[in-house]
Design a protein around this ligand. Structure first.
Ligand code: MRU
Length: 348
């Protein structure tokens, strides 16, 4: 069987005492790293989607709180932890939907409190270790998601995806794209249709870039083409990522995902969500409780520097929608392929 090597990306890293990020707003035309040396820069990078995608936001936030205390000369660890908590509270205001952000910040807070007995400098190193562990763990989870998810992909499949749930959205390998990378690496011939993903074009700018780099057959479509390619028989499965999954399996992901799930149902096509368990929010009974981010009107009316709607027009721009669990054929996590009823499967 043919096998292929998949190139990964260094989406987020700790380098030279800074949080180094690929500035994703510049892709695909420019590949540039930026170094964030203040917590405000990390906040801005998350808010403006220089770093985006649920797991990558979590990793960036974990390094962000390390950066926030790195040059702090607090005399006691108790004082250091107070400034860490302030930074964590601030980073938590950057984007509301991806639960990985809050999950990573809570984990950093907990580790700080558990190690309050360390001297401040030792505590900083312990916090950096934890951020690195969150980062490396995400990479392991993404590879496991790829392995489980690839079992659902058959040779010759056309696969539709939305937004970007690839290496750029995680620590380097992806969730939904991990499924495609792994199937491709196993020698399965697949053809991926990538929704452009209005208004910020994560599919057009990022997903096609990653898939082409990996040598996977890729076709870019406008979001409104999805029904047509399904009717033409080009799509055998839909696979997307998620930003937050409620206990009953309702899943928030990039705006337009719900529409795809409805279309998949209408065409008898399996619809899969791929996400690490750090994206599960068992504290929420159902998806109606997931906070949905609204973005600035300008992203719709003058995205990428050109006005495309009249001045003063009313705009509604939710960044995410919630796909009801009953439209989801399976949820792929690092633990395996979960089938309904999801609550029972997640608890097991
Ligand atoms: O607004 P974005 O680009 O952060 O939205 C990202 C998505 O919707 C992804 O599908 C999701 O975060 C999963 S990433 C593995």
């Amino acid at each position: 069987m043919t096998t292929h090597t998949i190139p990964t990306v260094d989406t987020v890293a700790w380098r030279d005492d800074a949080v180094r990020l690929i500035d994703q707003t510049l892709l695909p035309t420019e590949f540039t790293y930026i170094d964030c040396r203040t917590v405000e820069q990390v906040w801005e990078a998350i808010k403006s989607l220089r770093v985006r995608g649920a797991p990558a936001i979590g990793v960036a936030a974990a390094y962000g709180v390390v950066r926030a205390v790195w040059n702090n000369n607090a005399a006691t660890s108790d004082a250091l932890i107070k400034s860490l908590e302030k930074a964590a509270d601030y980073l938590a205001t950057s984007r509301p939907t991806a639960v990985n952000l809050f999950w990573a910040l809570d984990r950093m807070r907990r580790v700080a409190r558990e190690h309050v007995a360390l001297a401040p400098d030792a505590l900083k190193l312990r916090l950096l270790d934890e951020a690195v562990e969150i980062h490396e763990e995400d990479d392991r989870l993404c590879h496991a998601i790829g392995e489980h998810g690839a079992t659902l992909i058959q040779d010759g499949d056309g696969v539709l995806t939305h937004c970007n749930a690839g290496g750029l959205a995680t620590s380097g390998y992806g969730t939904a794209l991990a499924v495609m990378f792994t199937a491709h690496a196993q020698g399965k011939r697949i053809h991926v249709y990538s929704d452009e993903t209005r208004p910020l074009l994560q599919g057009a700018r990022l997903t096609t870039w990653e898939l082409m780099r990996a040598g996977i057959e890729t076709t870019l479509i406008c979001d409104s083409v999805a029904a047509q390619v399904m009717r033409e028989g080009r799509i055998q499965r839909v696979v997307t990522g998620a930003d937050r999954i409620a206990a009953n399996g309702d899943s928030a992901n990039k705006i337009g995902t719900y529409m795809l799930a409805v279309l998949a149902k209408a065409h008898g096509i399996p619809f899969y969500i791929a996400a690490p368990t750090s994206t599960l929010d068992m504290s929420l009974d159902n998806g109606g409780l997931i906070p949905i981010e609204e973005r600035a009107a300008e992203e719709v009316t003058e995205g990428f520097g050109r006005r495309t709607a009249p001045e003063g027009v009313n705009v509604y721009a939710p960044a995410f929608d919630v796909t009801p669990a009953e439209l989801i054929t399976a949820i792929i996590t690092e633990k395996g392929v979960h089938r309904p009823p999801y609550r029972k499967s997640f608890l097991a």
